[in-house]
Design a protein around this ligand. Structure first.
Ligand code: ADP
Ligand code: MG
Length: 326
């Protein structure tokens, strides 16, 4: 072979080998989805050694944490606290009650885990078929209010039962991502029914792509977000409501009026540095409405919001578009 041909051929072969070797280094991924937390939890991670056992343990941890926060199973740790009204609590329960009060503070009380008496009032109303009357709502409001939660060391005293349904899923997503990272996983995504935390990179591209569905048509994507090392939570009022005398009542309570939020946005997507914050803000933003939510997002680091209002119009916070590019 002539020297003039040999050099390009050799160069080509070297490049090809380099490409194949590099290709092998791009990790392959594995996904697992299981029912948990009243929804489906999906975990996608790169295939590391022992990933099967790691995923087993991750889902086991999720079920353990579910037992801490569920307000609806009588044997959860939260149910015990709700019963006793004053108790020494575990690390996780303490951490999340504290975090909840931080979100209450930054949302001017729109997020408030003491709404449980009101949630129960509306649930009873659904059973009896009669919407709650003003007097019943006022009686509940006299007991609720996140300011009335007292924390001393690891002892918590509460004025009424707590409902952590607006933040617990996000927290469990965070703890799952932390667990995976601690065990050497560099790239992954945890999704608990729309509460997502992702880190590292996906199989293709640098950032994870998260689509926002149309609230009225699940097969239609309104926009995409590209994120890594971030949480995204999406809440849709359309998914859960109570039916009282044929009228729909949302599942989110305005802690000031004590009533379920009416005429709320159709869909809210929030980004934050962690999933518990994103989850709780998504709930709070239902109560706050479009303008206040955007103002709040604009003033908080890492928090952006995308809202689809009742008429289908979209609204977004100042830097939301930073997430629009891969
Ligand atoms: P979903 O997963 O259905 O979107 P969210 O994360 O929006 O749920 O949380 C809704 C839940 O939060 C309700 O089912 C209730 O348990 C609780 N909740 C309702 N209103 C409030 C509120 N103002 N502050 C905190 N939690 C609330
Ligand atoms: Mg939420």
């Amino acid at each position: 072979m002539k020297k003039t041909i040999l050099i390009p051929v050799l160069t080509f072969l070297i490049l090809l080998t380099a490409l194949i070797l590099h290709g092998n280094r791009i990790p392959s991924y594995v996904s697992r989805e299981e029912p948990a937390l009243g929804t489906f939890v999906a975990i996608k991670i790169e295939k590391t050694q022992g990933y099967e056992a790691l995923l087993d343990k991750a889902f086991e941890n999720i079920r353990q944490l579910e037992k801490v926060f569920s307000a609806h199973t009588p044997d959860s740790e939260l149910a015990r606290l709700n019963n006793l009204k004053k108790a020494e609590v575990s690390f996780h329960l303490l951490e999340l009650i504290k975090k909840s009060t931080v979100v209450s503070e930054i949302t001017g009380g729109a997020f408030d885990i003491t709404v449980l008496p009101l949630i129960e009032l509306y649930k009873q109303a659904e059973l009896s078929g009669n919407p709650p009357v003003e007097k019943e709502i006022r009686e509940c409001l006299a007991r609720t209010g996140w300011h009335k939660i007292e924390i001393k060391g690891t002892t918590v005293k509460i004025p009424c039962g707590l409902d952590m349904g607006g933040i617990a899923k996000g927290y469990i997503v965070d703890k799952t991502a932390e667990f995976l990272k601690e065990h050497g996983v560099k790239n992954g995504l945890v999704n608990a029914g729309g509460d997502i935390y992702c880190f590292g990179r996906p199989p293709r591209g640098e950032k994870w792509r998260i689509g926002i569905q149309s609230p009225s048509r699940k097969d239609v994507l309104i926009t995409d977000l590209y994120v890594s090392g971030f949480a995204v939570a999406t809440s849709g009022d359309y998914e859960r409501y109570l039916l009282i005398k044929g009228k729909k009542f949302g599942h989110i309570i305005d802690p000031v009026t004590g009533k379920t939020v009416q005429n709320s946005p159709a869909g809210i997507t929030v980004t934050a540095v962690d999933a518990s914050t994103a989850d709780a803000l998504a709930t709070a933003f239902y109560v706050m409405g479009v303008e206040k939510s955007i103002k709040t997002a604009d003033r908080l680091n890492g928090v952006e919001v995308f809202i689809i209002d009742g008429a289908g119009k979209t609204h977004q916070s100042r830097n939301f578009s930073n997430f629009a590019l891969p």
